[in-house]
Design a binder for this molecule. Structure first.
Ligand code: GLC
Length: 435
């Protein structure tokens, strides 16, 4: 009798145990977390975060995401492709963030946006995470760190730096051109011999990339948009000279007839299809040109500084940072991903497969990175990064950019002269610039 009672009790316990085990995956499975054992059960639940960025033609983004998910099986990262056009991408984020949407957790931000986004309070400040994880900001290039800082707080982590460069075909070009006039001459000659359809590719559509191309021409001839004191100084003879060279090239026979529809993807595609000996683009062009799945010019490309104007060679400073949506429902997981992507492992993958120039200084000593991108190790490249020209810094940068885009486009179309363009830009920027 007693025995029967005991076995009944045992069965009740067993049933209870089974029910509990079925309800709790932690009881049924051993804890495989490699962490310090202090992680709470919530962290082991599977969480999906959305990471948005401009469509990546190189495939490096997916490799970063895969490497991250391998290390963090409980965090699923869904990549959302946004427009590659920086302005169009900006507008989509602003619409979503203005509405307080939590749909996107982590997203890339162009170096020209932090002031605006921080002021609009769209982003989660990262200082607490950085302190907690002991990240040393001195390991990073200070340019993008400064760009990511606003009102004493850090709003984003730097991913990669961009500087405008000249990519050229080593099978067609003996010596890269020293000046813009040399470029025009070499490009016409190669094109004239029927070796390529075009001589030169650039970005001349009315959008942010045109601002970068214009900044480069203006600076190469000694002009400036805004000086060290924050004053608008674009109305100068030097700026006019720079703009005139841009207008001359954009209207010349060396570029495609529809160059005013060209953004980065149109330029990089024509280049990797072998249609031009020269293209002005950002470093990612190199990885694409050497990708056998996409390119017809593998191993036939080298990189040089952009040609010189009267005052030397100038590259526009670009680049991307990554930030967390203030409304994210998974800030902890979002930070884990952002930390990985902007840390040494993520940046290394991005450098090798996307030829994106790291913001972590130590990575320029990494042999695999230099082997994949020999130009990263060259002195000229480091100099180009250091002397690259910034676009104006302002919380209303988008308005300033629009002024430049409209005036430069009108000047390319021949509706106004270069002189008129700089005068109007001066007047409108003085009226609009918020410091
Ligand atoms: C690149 C640069 C970015 C710039 C954009 C213009 O993505 O990194 O800073 O605004 O090109 O098209």
């Amino acid at each position: 009798m007693k025995r029967l009672k005991n076995s009944k009790l045992m069965m009740v316990f067993l049933a209870l145990f089974l029910i509990l085990a079925a309800c709790s995956p932690n009881l049924a499975e051993p804890n495989t977390d490699e962490g310090d054992g202090t992680k709470d059960s919530k962290e082991q639940e599977e969480v999906t975060i959305v990471y948005a960025r401009g469509k990546d033609a190189t495939g490096a983004t997916q490799k970063i995401v895969d490497a991250f998910m391998k290390k963090h099986p409980n965090i699923n990262v869904e990549v959302r492709d946004m427009p590659t056009d920086s302005g169009a991408q900006h507008d989509q984020y602003v619409t979503s963030l203005n509405a307080g949407s939590s749909e996107i957790d982590v997203f890339d931000i162009d170096v020209i946006w932090p002031a605006e986004f921080a002021q609009a309070e769209y982003l989660l400040p990262l200082d607490r995470f950085i302190q907690q994880d002991g990240i040393n900001l001195e390991d990073y290039n200070q340019g993008p760190i400064t760009a990511a800082t606003f009102n004493g707080k850090l709003w984003a982590m730097p991913k990669f730096i961009d500087a405008g460069m000249l990519f050229y075909r080593t099978d067609l070009v003996k010596e890269p051109p020293k000046t813009w006039d040399d470029l025009i001459a070499q490009a016409s000659e190669i094109q004239g011999q029927g070796k390529t359809k075009f001589g030169y590719l650039m970005q001349a559509k009315q959008y942010e990339g045109l601002v970068c191309n214009a900044v480069e021409f203006i600076a190469a001839y000694g002009g400036q948009i805004i000086d060290e004191n924050g004053e608008v100084v674009i109305d100068s003879e030097d700026s006019v000279q720079g703009l005139k060279k841009l207008i001359e090239i954009a209207n010349s026979d060396i570029v495609p007839d529809n160059i005013t529809t060209f953004t980065e993807p149109e330029s990089h595609t024509a280049f990797i299809e072998g249609q031009s000996p020269f293209v002005r683009n950002w470093p990612y062009q190199y990885a694409l040109a050497n990708d056998p799945d996409q390119s017809e010019i593998v191993d036939k490309v080298a990189v040089a500084p952009l040609p010189e104007g009267d005052a030397g060679s100038a590259a526009a400073l670009g680049g991307w940072l990554a930030a967390i949506n203030k409304y994210s429902e998974h800030p902890k997981e979002a930070w884990e991903f952002l930390k990985f992507m902007t840390g040494p492992e993520g940046q290394k993958i991005d450098a090798i497969y996307g030829s994106h120039a790291p913001t972590l200084l130590a990575l320029y000593e990494d042999e695999e990175i230099i082997e994949a991108n020999p130009f990263f190790g060259e002195e000229g490249f480091q100099q180009a990064l250091e002397s690259a020209v910034s676009r104006p810094v302002a919380p209303n940068y988008a308005e300033i950019s629009e002024i430049i885009q409209i005036q430069v486009s009108k000047a390319i179309a021949g509706e106004i002269t270069a002189e008129e363009a700089v005068k109007t830009m001066q007047k409108e920027m003085e009226a609009k610039l918020v410091k």
